[in-house]
Design a protein around this ligand. Sequence first.
Ligand SMILES: C[S@@+](CC[C@H](N)C(=O)[O-])C[C@H]1O[C@@H](n2cnc3c(N)ncnc32)[C@H](O)[C@@H]1O
Length: 327
Amino acid sequence: MSYKILHVKSTKDEIDEFAKDVDMGLSANPKYLKSKYFYDAKGVKIYENIMNMPEYYLIASEYQANGRLSAGITDFISGSRINIAEFGPGNGEKTLLFMQNCIQHNLTIKYIPIDISKESITYITDVFTKKLPQISIKGIVGDYTHGIDELTNLEPDNPKIILFMGSNIGNFSNEEEIEFISNIAEKMNEHDSLIISFDLVKDIDTMFNAYNDPYGHTSRFNLNLLDRINTTLGGDINLSNFHHEEPFNQETSCMESYLVSNVDQTIHLNSLDKEFHISSGEKISTEISRKYTLDYIDNLAVEAKIKVVKQYFDDSEGYAICVFKIN
Ligand SMILES: C[S@@+](CC[C@H](N)C(=O)[O-])C[C@H]1O[C@@H](n2cnc3c(N)ncnc32)[C@H](O)[C@@H]1O
């Protein structure tokens, strides 16, 4: 067993990039903030609460589909040494189960988790080295894009399993998801597998309640983005001047997360030495969570020039884990 953690950027460069992205997003019309900034130490803790809510059906569904994926692992993996690269593993709980299954099949594993959140990578490295002492880990604190470059550094003779779980893909626009999958596919050999989980479109109330919970966790998660701006960029944003809204957009099949301004206001960010005006009722887009159909997924595969070879579902068939191979 061995492990190391690679930080793609220095803390100063991370803050500079955050400042640049916030400036761009708040200067745009309509305004937006990138969802990858949700997961600071506070955001990670709030997300744990979200995962534990009964309304957030995605977690139970992913566990069920993941169980079926793990049971069918020999359907798509050959060889005895594998590299598992995972984009956005979060706390890695479901991956741990998947890997325990791989180990039962006598597979030797090198694990490369890639997450923008240093809390995630530190936590995973700590837990996995204790629970799976057989595996070696190279954790990468950085954006997905850096992880794609990392795929080139893996031994080509050992099959790669590339995981993108938790329906994280739903946070991409259609153009972004095609680009992301195509870029990964370019780095894949015939014996490699790309595994992605998708939340399928279902009745509106179920989806709505998952993102508009009565405990206020999702609202706090969203507002924490403003808190992070205050803390990191010297902002004077009054959080009570905003509220969380998350409707389902039937046209795009996306849950859309917004921070909505309650008043006409001007906020000032010290580190940018800049003010931003936000009107009463104006919405800042913070995330989309796309809800898929199987036809859409097939089409996505065609556009990204790969093919679906296996699909594993949850009990209600409202959640799908798809295994892709190159054509
Ligand atoms: C919704 S959590 C899902 C975690 C995990 N896949 C699961 O199923 O529980 C999303 C994770 O992706 C990471 N993430 C989001 N955007 C990212 C980006 N652009 N680059 C790297 N990591 C990102 C977050 O830090 C977080 O840990």
